[in-house]
Write a protein that binds this ligand. Structure first.
Ligand SMILES: *[C@@H]1O[C@H](CO)[C@@H](O)[C@H](O)[C@H]1NC(C)=O
Length: 262
């Protein structure tokens, strides 16, 4: 009894154990190859930094889109919470909402974006955005990024849900504690994280991140920095994703609403 392998060669059943040994060897080398090509892919992952502030509604859009595309594109997404107030001060830019026509436009624009991207973003009242104490949320995010970065994504999302969807406070410690709990941060960790808001190293880290964004040429939020062939490319705003995909050598597949968290 025999069968034909790749054309005229006929092998009998007696050869099968030998053949299987060869096959096992192939499998090992294929596994080794796939491991090494995975390593190479990891090494070649392009770093994309997202500088954001939770009082920026357009930052939320960029955040969700990049979190969705993180699993589609060969990128290493680095979340960089910064302080937009510092960027405005340093560059002389102003919050867009201060201009009445822009504020009105943003309300309509965000409603359309909410539907397109499936993100429950709304423009909150200007007074909510202008609270000085909102900096506490920037400092808390910085502390989380330093001490327990695994919670940064969920906490950012929860703070946006509060301020940009439910018109809730993000400056009082009680609000931040509620947000931390909703983000899944263990309640035992939260008091220490809230104390960190006053620590010099946290303040310095926030300033440092903001200065790094400024050094890339930031003047607003979100600021996306794509590192392409060793060159950082700074992109402002949340409406240049097709261009970002092109620069990264990836494909823009639209809003990926099926991946929405809401
Ligand atoms: C983040 O939130 C999701 C639910 O939206 C949850 O499944 C996940 O465990 C959370 N991550 C952490 C690190 O708590």
């Amino acid at each position: 009894m025999g069968f034909t392998l790749w054309g005229p060669t006929t092998i009998s059943m007696g050869f099968i154990p030998v053949f299987m040994m060869y096959a096992a060897g192939w499998r090992r080398s294929i596994l080794k190859f796939s491991r090494s090509s995975k390593m190479a892919a990891l090494r070649s992952r392009k770093v994309v930094e997202l500088f954001y502030d939770v009082i920026s509604p357009y930052s939320w859009v960029a955040f969700e889109v990049l979190c969705r595309y993180r699993s589609r594109w060969n990128i290493d997404l680095q979340l960089r919470p910064f302080f937009i107030g510092g960027v405005f001060k340093e560059t002389g830019n102003k919050p867009p909402g201060l201009l009445a026509a822009k504020y009105d436009y943003a309300q309509h624009d965000l409603r359309r974006l909410a539907d397109f991207y499936k993100i429950p973003v709304k423009m909150p009242p200007m007074e909510r955005l202008m609270r000085r104490e909102n900096v506490n949320s920037n400092r808390l995010l910085t502390a989380v990024n330093l001490d327990c970065p695994e919670h940064l994504e969920n906490l950012s999302r929860e703070l946006w849900m509060r301020v940009m969807s439910r018109d809730q406070d993000i400056s009082d410690p009680a609000s931040l504690e509620t947000a931390a709990a909703a983000a899944g941060i263990p309640s035992g960790t939260t008091p220490q994280l809230l104390r960190r808001i006053h620590d010099d190293d946290v303040k310095a880290a926030l300033k440092d991140t903001t200065n790094q964004a400024l050094a890339y040429g930031a003047f607003g939020a979100p600021t996306i920095v794509a590192h392409v062939e060793g060159t950082p490319v700074m992109i402002w705003g949340s409406d240049r994703f097709p261009l970002l995909a092109h620069m990264l050598g990836e494909r823009w597949e639209g809003p990926l609403r099926e991946m929405a968290k809401y």
